[in-house]
Design a protein around this ligand. Structure first.
Ligand SMILES: *[C@@H]1O[C@H](CO)[C@@H](O)[C@H](O)[C@H]1NC(C)=O
Ligand SMILES: *[C@@H]1O[C@H](CO)[C@@H](O)[C@H](O)[C@H]1NC(C)=O
Ligand SMILES: *[C@@H]1O[C@H](CO)[C@@H](O)[C@H](O)[C@H]1NC(C)=O
Length: 447
């Protein structure tokens, strides 16, 4: 009896160990966030030390500028944290500096003024040649970082509110003078973390890392109404090693769009976006969920997007470019996507976006190859997919596998449409166009 009991206990322990081992394996969540280690800064100052008042009415521009100036000149080895206590801090746009943490407490709101008239102007991006919306310069982003390193924006889910409504109206009335400001832009910067912050009502794109490397954006919430114009969530632009994870994005334009410059300017600047990971992102928008483009003139390589959940979407997955863009889009992997109530499941085409001016080169054809899309499920998808390459630059090595995109019973079924594309399709329902089925094969790993 006794012996049996010991055995049972042993068996029980072994089982418990097995369970423990299983759980610890399951708990190991895959993450790319290690590319920028979190830094905890002991040196702290508060916006209130600089006269900041969180009453929602007082203008705090001077307080922000002085606090940032102080951090810049303190030159602490491990940097300084700027604490924003609960309250609503109205301010005009301001710059950040290196080795700083902008920390928003729970209930802290940094709110942009609605005064568009004296919003500062800065030079256009060389890879765009002009403002994205209007010729000439562009309005500086609300929170701006140029030539910086080791910057963290984090806290306890405080809010950065762009009060973009005024800008959307100017855009709608077609009286916009220069390109609208992004909510946050980092330009020529490296080692950036943005986490645990809520972004609301951006005038234009929300988070725009351009010419950056090592950028981690995670546990963020980005919100703008579905009708708000061009309020892209996150646009990594001519940037490398960007990690976007565990975020909820619901806006009026693409949730994540990987870019790299515009037509002849982007081709000349020649800076690609590479090594971009997008993982565990959920959201909704009348435009695209996961997008590459349409400005891809510097090239886009090595993009991985996985575990994406989309609902009430225009296009689930959208790779978009145009004649005149040039640029190579290559090695794009998208897997484990779930979508509900979507106009188009997958669209890959060279028919979108306008040109900066008439000087674009019509012979600069984009090249698109090595695209793997796998494990995609969808319900209420009006059209499963369309892929249209260019006659003189067909899309090649496009591999679709294990894709199941159901229509809704109330709507007419729209079949896949393709032209000038080759690659392969394995277990794709509804059945994709014959160009894909008959043209070749998917690599084994794509199964
Ligand atoms: C903020 O940065 C921009 C771009 O580098 C610069 O033009 C502007 O003068 C800076 N503003 C302040 C207040 O430092
Ligand atoms: C902040 O929001 C993120 C994303 O929704 C969530 O994962 C996290 O637990 C929240 N943190 C706090 C301190 O509330
Ligand atoms: C393709 O991209 C993946 C990331 O999605 C990367 O791990 C891999 O090394 C890339 N392949 C090549 C040949 O660069």
């Amino acid at each position: 009896m006794r012996r049996r009991c010991v055995w049972e206990t042993m068996a029980g322990l072994t089982a418990a160990l097995v369970v423990l081992k299983c759980c610890s394996v399951a708990a190991e969540v895959v993450t790319c966030s290690g590319i920028v280690p979190m830094v905890y800064r002991n040196d702290k100052i508060s916006i209130t030390d600089f006269g900041g008042v969180g009453d929602g009415r007082t203008l705090n521009t001077k307080a922000f500028n002085e606090a940032v100036y102080r951090i810049k000149h303190l030159r602490r080895r491990r940097g300084t944290l700027l604490y924003i206590p609960p309250g609503v801090y109205l301010t005009q746009s301001f710059n950040l500096t290196s080795r700083m943490t902008l920390y928003l407490a729970k209930g802290a709101v940094i709110k942009a003024t609605q005064n568009t008239a004296d919003w500062p102007l800065i030079a256009p991006l060389p890879s765009y040649g002009r403002g994205r919306e209007r010729p000439g310069g562009r309005y500086m982003s609300f929170i701006h970082g140029e030539g910086l390193h080791d910057v963290i924006i984090t806290g306890e889910n405080g809010t950065i509110d762009g009060q973009g409504g005024v800008w959307w109206n100017i855009w709608r009335q077609r009286t916009l003078q220069f390109t609208r400001p992004n909510l946050i832009e980092f330009k020529d910067s490296r080692s950036i973390i943005i986490s645990n912050v809520i972004f609301k009502n951006s005038p234009f794109w929300n988070i725009h890392p351009v010419y950056c490397s090592k950028v981690v954006i995670r546990h963020v919430t980005i919100l703008a109404p579905p009708g708000s114009p061009n309020t892209d969530g996150i646009d990594p632009d001519s940037s490398s090693h960007v990690c976007i994870e565990d975020s909820y994005i619901s806006t009026g334009d693409d949730l994540v769009a990987v870019k790299s410059g515009w037509d002849e300017y982007g081709i000349k600047y020649g800076r690609p976006s590479t090594d971009i990971t997008i993982r565990r992102v959920t959201g909704s928008s009348p435009f695209a969920g996961i997008a590459v483009g349409s400005e891809t003139s510097g090239g886009v390589y090595n993009v991985l997007a996985e575990h994406i959940t989309l609902y009430n979407m225009g296009v689930g997955i959208h790779l978009k470019t145009n004649i005149g863009r040039g640029g190579i889009i290559k090695n794009i992997t998208i897997s484990d996507v779930y979508m509900v109530n979507v106009r188009k499941g997958i669209k890959i085409a060279a028919d979108v976006g306008d040109h900066p001016d008439e000087n674009y080169n019509p012979n600069a054809l984009p090249v698109l190859n090595q695209v793997r899309i796998t494990n995609v499920r969808g319900k209420k998808v009006q059209q499963a997919g369309l892929i249209h390459g260019l006659k003189n630059s067909p899309f090649t090595d496009i591999c679709l596998s294990n894709i199941n995109l159901h229509g809704s019973s109330s709507r007419r079924y729209v079949p896949w449409k393709c032209s000038y594309v080759s690659g392969g399709a394995i277990q794709v329902k509804p059945s994709p166009c014959s160009d894909l089925i008959h043209s070749g094969s998917c690599p084994i790993q794509g199964r």
